[in-house]
Write a protein that binds this ligand. Structure first.
Ligand SMILES: C[S@@+](CC[C@H](N)C(=O)[O-])C[C@H]1O[C@@H](n2cnc3c(N)ncnc32)[C@H](O)[C@@H]1O
Length: 248
């Protein structure tokens, strides 16, 4: 069962409490409909609402895997609270603070190196943060860890570019290997995986390949054809093709 709903993940009304075995996603750059401007204070309020909803739907003891790239800071992002250091916004730290204030525990972190080529304008790596809906116990993330999962830096180049048959281009996708590593490490066949920010549909497509159930949310209806094509024909994209070869 793979279902995609085209509305905000602030309310995942199709899901009951404590029901999902894994949530995995990459929050958008902004909460503005234009997708271009960012105002940190309202953005962080939006993140808090979605993270609280993720807490509600996740089974206790399970993980919310959150993938983020830090940003160059700008005065215009900080209009409402005036706090601005002019250099770097460690977005992953702000998101961790919100997650922990809701009750999650950050139990581990990995670096996804998207490229080894230095880029002055854009970060070439992202943080993969593991937030546990914890009843208090510490997690043994370092035991029973599969070989592909265990390195702390995952060098996975390419795989972020998707184009649908209409020519619509999406440049901000996960490498599918990130999703497959997390699904294999933290879920079993038939488990329910939630994708709160579907984007191009990487999570539902990998879930389908690995025999997991998936419910995904995407606010932008323009992405519907791309999501449907990614789920139906992942082999259109080289990064999926190598994943499919490995699994066959
Ligand atoms: C960084 S992209 C996710 C990319 C995805 N991981 C992939 O592999 O394609 C974030 C997505 O979240 C979507 N989004 C933004 N606000 C949302 C909301 N309130 N509810 C659901 N999706 C939202 C954006 O339209 C965008 O497609």
């Amino acid at each position: 069962m793979i279902d995609v709903f085209y509305h905000t993940s602030v309310s995942m009304s199709e899901l009951s409490d404590d029901n999902a075995q894994l949530v995995i996603g990459s929050p958008p750059f902004t909460n503005h409909p234009d997708g271009k401007s960012l105002e940190k204070k309202s953005y962080l309020r939006f993140i808090r609402s979605v993270f609280s909803e993720i807490w509600r739907v996740l089974e206790p003891g399970r993980l919310w895997v959150c993938i983020n790239t830090d940003l160059r800071d700008h005065a215009r992002y900080n209009r409402r609270d005036g706090r601005f250091n002019g250099l770097l916004w460690q977005k992953h730290t702000s998101l961790r603070y919100i997650a922990e204030s809701i009750g999650f525990r950050c139990i581990d972190m990995k670096i996804w190196a998207k490229s080894l080529n230095p880029n002055v304008y854009r970060y070439g790596f992202a943080y993969v943060q593991f937030f546990k809906k914890s009843a208090g116990s510490r997690t043994q993330t370092r035991t029973g860890v599969s070989a592909t999962f265990s390195p702390d830096v995952w060098l996975l180049e390419g795989g972020t570019y998707r184009k649908d048959s209409r020519g619509y281009v999406f440049r901000d996708a996960f490498h599918p290997e990130i999703v497959s590593r997390c699904l294999e490490q933290f879920t079993n066949a038939g488990d329910l995986v939630v994708s709160p920010f579907a984007g191009s549909g990487t999570v539902p497509a990998v879930a389908k390949l690995l025999g997991r159930r998936c419910i995904a949310y995407e606010i932008d209806r323009n992405l519907k054809p791309l999501i449907e094509e990614t789920i139906a024909n992942p082999e259109r994209y080289p990064a999926f093709l190598s994943l499919m070869k490995m699994k066959s």
